[in-house]
Design a binder for this molecule. Structure first.
Ligand SMILES: Nc1nc2c(ncn2[C@@H]2O[C@H](COP(=O)(O)OP(=O)(O)OP(=O)(O)O)[C@@H](O)[C@H]2O)c(=O)[nH]1
Ligand SMILES: [Mg+2]
Length: 284
């Protein structure tokens, strides 16, 4: 198939263009450009192209849910000890923290042999959002369709439990009376608004070791979501994990890694992440 077909918006309809974009593995955003930019892009692609594998994983959730702990465990899945964390301020960006090799996620902290700048390397960046509500306004700026989302929630809490004002620093704000369920809804609504109704979300329930009564946390979340906004569509038992502060949960950390890799694969019908392995002009 010839890339020329997408140079002019008016010639072919959008469905054909979408098919071409998928087949040629070029950025979807091209479809939103005007004719002049499209023509330029097509010409630049003909002058030389390069295939890039870059991905972003964004970790969201209420303060104290265990986001940073999860990030550290994903980075060091073989460690038996639980990492020590302090509350995240703003946003921590772990740039190119994972390298993908032979179908596995490899933490860059365990290797020195990879040249990150090399275009051929398959690299993943992790963004760990602060859960404190003071930062929520600026977080929206980072929400993009070009990401995989992991929503973290503390399963030792019920959806109707109020979040501690101290922990979330909500005193005197609109978040002051928010419950744990409100934060889950907030994040799913934000992801839906900025990334579309088909964006899959990985749900990680933490503090399993402290959870004494809640046998079915996934169902509790599901039932707490309003029908009319169709937020249920974003979550699935296929993308749901329960983890606690125990070394035995190491296997689950590897399972989360595997799922994240699976979601990157353009061959996986369910995924949204078509950017992995796309072709861009080589001068970019
Ligand atoms: N018992 C238990 N403690 C956990 C678990 N996960 C995290 N913690 C603890 O919960 C506290 C908060 O964890 P963080 O990972 O810093 O939470 P966070 O979501 O990053 O919090 P913010 O950065 O403030 O948004 C820390 O003391 C962790 O050690 C878990 O599964 N079980
Ligand atoms: Mg944190």
């Amino acid at each position: 198939m010839d890339v020329d077909i997408i140079a002019h918006k008016t010639i072919h309809d959008v469905c054909i263009h979408e098919a071409v974009i998928r087949l040629l593995r070029i950025p979807k955003e091209v479809l939103e450009w005007d004719d002049e930019r499209r023509e330029r892009f097509v010409q630049e692609l003909k002058d030389g192209k390069v295939r890039v594998h870059r991905a972003r994983i964004i970790i969201v959730g209420c303060a104290g849910a265990g986001k940073t702990t999860l990030v550290e465990r994903l980075k060091h899945p073989n460690n038996d000890e639980m990492p020590t964390t302090t509350t995240t301020v703003g946003l921590d960006v772990h740039r190119n923290v994972f390298h993908v090799d032979d179908g596995r996620l490899i933490s860059m902290e365990n290797t020195t042999s990879i040249t990150v700048s090399s275009r051929e390397e398959k690299m993943i960046t992790l963004m760990d959002f602060a859960g404190q509500s003071a930062y929520y306004a600026c977080h929206q700026v980072f929400l993009t369709k070009r990401a995989i989302y992991v929503l973290v929630s503390d399963m030792s809490k019920c959806m109707d439990d109020k979040v501690s004002q101290l922990e979330c620093d909500t005193k005197g704000t609109v978040f002051a009376d928010w419950k744990h369920g409100d934060y889950i809804r907030f994040w799913l609504q934000s992801i839906r608004t900025y990334c579309g109704e088909n964006m899959p979300v990985v749900l990680v329930a933490t503090h399993k070791d402290k959870n004494t009564s809640n046998e079915n946390f996934f169902d509790e979340i599901l039932h707490s979501l309003p029908e009319e906004q169709n937020l249920k569509k974003h979550i699935s038992t296929q993308r749901y994990f329960e983890i606690g502060a125990t070394p035995e949960d190491k296997e689950k950390i590897f399972d989360i890694q595997k799922l994240l890799l699976h979601l990157l694969s353009p061959e996986n019908g369910e995924q949204q992440y078509s950017h992995w392995g796309e072709f861009i002009p080589s001068f970019c």
